[in-house]
Ligand binder design. Structure first.
Ligand code: ACM
Length: 762
């Protein structure tokens, strides 16, 4: 980590005083109320944390405080009978999650009536004690009184452990980091078309068969199976660990749609038409549904009973989303069942199914929650609605009396990219910056004052089709989850983006100390050139503007390719770019530590003559569904990613300097075509192929321009998944847009452009 060196070099080896005002104290989320007082207290290694005798909850909170401060600040605090830090019970503090934290020159006292209040008070104190530059050294904390309680009771994160299985060990740090920011709900998406992830003792094939799939390929031989599942014992341990930290785990079994893994395991018990599909490998919407038959309903209730036994929380999530009803429509048995029940539509059939499951859960003292499609089937208002398809449904549901949890796409879908930078890892190409997430308001216009109480809160959803590894999931989740923590905890009138950005800076260091791979996209320098790359080569010296999403810190840069430091030149105004330069920049905080990894604008000749798919090209037609995907599904790490438009394999390189250079090499990547488009298949655009495997057709002057070159594509079964073609464009008077269109059949893999590199003729 390069910026750690800068940090260490500039670190003052003395304690700092945590600022007294709420806006600048290093607290995230911001407390409901904070009143500064005079004086301060110094907490040093070995300071005692006292908890009332025989108070299990207080002892736990004391231990969590010590653990947190050890990691985030390097201080060793000791649970003891006396000490400067005290946990006390105060029955007058209303609400299980509320607490009061009082810092005086003599002591720090955390008071609450409930166990979770004590934990959240401990987490606030851990933040007041961390981090600063003096890791392991005493901390001086300014006197203050904090009276705090959450705005919403549901402050959450959904992890999709189905599309990309996530080893259980990797969930523990996520729970720690959630708790540190007072998030209290972890929703686990445990079943889907692509995998069944929870051991069900009565139906072992759910995991034996449903837990593993053959990954999609793009030509060549199928790879080995991938997948995995959690045993009930593993989940019980995770549940207990989370509960100890104030977090409830909500399990989800998705039904009646997203059921392909279950149908693959038990086609006769739960399937509709009796066929056995493979465990799914197409992202999107697939046709296999659970049957609503008595046999299938008994099966599902048995599964829910085992979930109830593992997960003690109030809510059980039964999915309900994206169940296209073609199988039910084509099944005489389902049609006969609908007739017998007096139901006219398949949506009503789904509503009946969800209502039956709701009754079953209620009989066991639990509550049903489902995605907003459950509203289409007239479910009773006892069902809680998790809103994801826009917000009209949530408004209607809350006004009707349903409890609702807001997790709308695209705002809170964390698989959307958070930056337009070329180094942003795979995801959906629907930009959701940190600021956009921070600005989300869970109580939507149209929700009546009375119904507002039905808005339980909100959560971010980390869908994992394109987030293959735990680290990629962390990158997508953090720090955007800090924004969610703030708008679900802090009072609405305290929302303050600028203050949040300040308070996020110490939080970024905590993430680092916690080993969480938080994205630095909000602090990273991005570049905008006032002109084209060709203008640089033509000696016109166009101006390069340097910005960051947050505007935090001072941007410093070099022009010789060296790494910027806190002493590099400060950026003041757009820079005239000369050919051969490499401008490298980062934003630095006032204490001199770099807020993000440096990013470079490469103005060397080869770079100015190059367009890359992720940074310089746009989909054609513009605005179509875009994804940034890895070369091989599930590929991890920093492997290259490619932008694709799944409805039209066509891309455009903008403003190529065809006056300067005409020879070119185009590098093409072949990717698996594995998308369940369901009824949207009609939107697919096919281009006419004139050779067996289709061609790459290149045009200058845009997609209606002149054909510049045509390259027949190789047989996908035998060719490598990356290859190049070379050619020469006709000389143009200046810049020209180059359209790159693939005419491969829709039955073949996808193609996309990695790079288009121009070269001067020898
Ligand atoms: C969903 O995104 N299908 C809930």
């Amino acid at each position: 980590m390069k910026h750690r060196l800068t940090w260490a070099a500039l670190a003052a080896a003395t304690a700092i005083v945590a600022p007294a005002s709420a806006q600048t104290a290093p607290l995230l989320p911001l407390p409901a109320q904070m009143t500064p007082a005079s004086g301060s207290i110094t907490i040093a290694n070995g300071a005692g944390i006292a908890a009332p005798a025989a108070d299990q909850g207080a002892a736990t909170a004391a231990r969590l405080l010590a653990d947190r401060v050890k990691v985030d600040r390097g201080l060793t605090l000791t649970p003891a009978t006396t000490g400067p830090i005290r946990f006390v019970r105060d029955a007058a503090i209303a609400g299980d999650e509320a607490y009061r934290l009082t810092v005086t020159p003599r002591a720090i006292t955390i008071a609450a009536s409930g166990d979770r209040g004590l934990i959240w008070g401990a987490m606030t104190l851990a933040q007041l004690l961390s981090p600063d530059t003096a890791f392991g050294k005493p901390v001086r904390v300014a006197a203050t009184t904090i009276n705090d309680a959450p705005r919403f009771r549901w402050r959450g994160l959904m992890v999709d452990v189905t599309r990309s299985f996530q080893p259980i060990d990797t969930l523990y740090p996520v729970i720690d980091t959630m708790a540190a920011q007072k998030l209290n709900t972890l929703h686990m998406h445990l079943s889907d078309d692509q995998g069944w992830r929870v051991e069900i003792k009565r139906y072992p094939k759910l995991t034996e068969i449903g837990g593993f799939r053959v990954p999609p390929i793009a030509g060549g031989q199928p790879g080995p199976k991938v997948g995995g599942f959690y045993t009930q014992d593993e989940l019980r341990k995770l549940v207990a660990y989370a509960a100890e930290r104030g977090i409830t785990i909500v399990p989800e079994i998705d039904m009646p749609g997203h059921a392909q893994a279950a149908v693959a395991a038990y086609p006769e018990e739960v399937g509709v038409l009796g066929d056995r599909p493979p465990v799914g490998h197409d992202w999107g919407v697939n046709p296999w549904l659970f049957s609503p038959s008595p046999r299938s309903m008994t099966f599902i209730k048995n599964v829910l009973d085992e979930l109830i036994d593992i997960f003690p929380g109030q809510f059980i999530h039964v999915g309900g989303d994206e169940a296209i009803k073609d199988q039910w429509q084509r099944s005489p048995e389902v049609q006969a069942q609908m007739k017998a029940l007096g139901l006219k539509t398949e949506n009503q059939m789904q509503g009946w199914m969800i209502s039956e499951l709701g009754k079953h859960l209620a009989s066991k003292g639990r509550r049903l929650i489902g995605w907003d499609e459950i509203l289409e089937g007239d479910v009773p208002t006892s069902a809680t609605v998790m809103s994801w398809r826009g917000e009209a449904g949530a408004v209607e549901a809350a006004n009707k009396g349903h409890d609702v949890v807001m997790s709308p796409a695209p705002n809170l879908y964390l698989d959307n990219i958070q930056s337009t930078a070329g180094d942003e890892p795979p995801g959906r190409i629907g930009l959701q910056t940190l600021e956009m997430v921070y600005g989300y308001e869970p109580v939507r216009p149209g929700v009546t004052a009375e119904a507002a109480a039905h808005v339980l809160g909100a959560q971010g959803n980390a869908w994992s089709e394109y987030l293959a590894t735990a680290k990629q999931k962390e990158h997508a989740t953090f720090p955007r989850l800090s924004a969610i923590a703030e708008f679900t905890w802090s009072p609405r009138d305290k929302r303050d983006w600028k203050g949040f950005v300040e308070r996020l800076q110490p939080q970024m260091l905590r993430y680092e100390r916690q080993g969480i791979a938080a994205a630095d996209a909000a602090f990273a320098v991005t570049y905008a050139l006032d002109g084209s790359k060709g203008d640089v080569l033509r000696g016109k010296a166009p101006k390069l503007a340097l910005t960051t999403q947050t505007g935090a810190g001072t941007i410093r840069y070099t022009t010789d390719g060296s790494q910027p430091t806190a002493r590099s030149r400060a950026y003041a105004a757009p820079i005239a770019v000369k050919p051969g330069q490499t401008i490298t920049a980062a934003a630095f905080a006032s204490d001199g530590h770099a807020l993000a990894r440096p990013r470079a604008f490469d103005a060397t000749r080869p770079a100015l003559l190059r367009a890359t798919g992720t940074a310089d090209m746009v989909a054609c037609p513009k605005g179509a569904l875009g994804l940034r995907v890895p070369l091989v599904s599930g590929q991890s790490g920093d492997a290259p990613a490619y932008n694709v438009n799944i409805f039209d394999t066509c891309t455009q390189a903008q403003k190529m300097p065809l006056d300067v250079a005409q020879a070119f090499t185009v590098t093409v990547a072949r990717l698996p075509r594995h998308y369940g488009l369901a009824h949207d298949y009609k939107a697919l655009r096919e281009h006419f192929a004139v050779t067996e495997h289709g061609e790459l057709v290149m045009r200058t002057g845009g997609c209606d321009g002149t054909i510049a070159a045509t390259f027949p594509l190789p047989d996908p079964d035998t060719a490598p998944n990356r290859f190049s073609f070379t050619g020469t464009f006709a000389k143009q008077p200046g810049d020209a847009d180059v359209c790159l269109q693939f005419t491969s059949p829709l039955s073949d893999p996808f193609y996309t452009v990695d790079t288009l590199q121009l070269e001067s003729a020898k």
